[in-house]
Design a protein around this ligand. Structure first.
Ligand SMILES: [Mg+2]
Length: 272
């Protein structure tokens, strides 16, 4: 993370957001260091679990999948809880979109064509996430996958397993498969995550990184809208990982999303 990057809070409410969703619940804070609590827990995951599968997958609803990955470091050091899971310490959430934020297809196509058709968007990404985890951040991924057909779920899970194994930090991945309250820019996935993580959250320390920022050429502003709805600092991948300053003004969203969405990653071409 570049310390030089200033927080950029969204100042516009896009046409798309207004069109597809009621105003999301916004976390408000009135002091420099604020903690919030939630009552939206549907189930609880321990970041120190020893899943028989890594990641372990859960499906709280038919439109939401959750993957819980436990790093090898955590598996081998269970006697020393990570500061991030100390219930007395408000959680710090480092949240990321997946496609075209952390990863991109190796083939150069818009969507991955197989479980191994991915690369990190920037080489520094694994190290950056490991450093965040080492300083007490919980690493969370929120991804829209509305185009994920049932026959490709296995390949998608294999892709996620590969990505998480390469990064190898404790991580929870939330996958929105429908067009409901979980789909970004709506904030349902954040609410579920808050229930899973539990305890207080230091909202001033939290942030979200995504490529759908409503810039010229972006397929949507779903990521920026999500951060705005939750009340998170927002960065594009270029700003966060490369330290670039924002250089393109936000455009007014048409409310339509192009095919370069996270969705469709397993489209009619078949494989993940
Ligand atoms: Mg994306």
């Amino acid at each position: 993370m570049s310390p030089s990057i200033s927080s950029k809070r969204a100042t516009k409410t896009s046409t798309m957001e207004r069109a597809i969703s009621p105003p999301p619940l916004r976390t408000t804070h009135s002091s420099a260091k604020v903690t919030t609590t939630t009552t939206t827990s549907t189930y609880r995951l321990s970041l120190h679990a020893h899943p028989t599968q890594n990641p372990s997958w859960h499906q709280p609803t038919h439109t939401l999948m959750v993957a819980h990955y436990t790093s090898h470091h955590s598996i081998n050091t269970t006697s020393k809880p990570h500061p991030a899971i100390d219930p007395a310490t408000p959680s710090k959430i480092a949240a990321f979109d997946l496609d075209h934020t952390l990863t991109a297809p190796k083939t150069g196509s818009i969507h991955s064509q197989s479980a191994t058709d991915w690369r990190f968007l920037y080489p520094c990404i694994p190290t950056t996430l490991r450093n965040l985890s080492a300083t007490g951040y919980k690493i969370i991924i929120f991804t829209n996958q509305g185009g994920l057909k049932p026959e490709y779920v296995g390949m998608f899970k294999a892709k996620i397993a590969g990505v998480l194994a390469e990064i190898d930090v404790d991580c929870i991945v939330y996958v929105a498969r429908g067009d409901d309250r979980y789909r970004k820019p709506r904030t349902g996935m954040w609410g579920v995550m808050r229930g899973d993580v539990g305890g207080d959250v230091d909202m001033e320390a939290c942030f979200y990184v995504g490529d759908a920022a409503g810039r010229e050429g972006d397929h949507s502003n779903a990521d920026k809208g999500f951060a705005e709805g939750v009340g998170l600092r927002f960065y594009t991948p270029e700003e966060f990982f490369l330290g670039e300053k924002p250089k393109v003004e936000e455009k007014e969203s048409s409310g339509e999303e192009s095919e370069k969405d996270d969705d469709g990653h397993l489209d009619s071409n078949g494989s993940a």
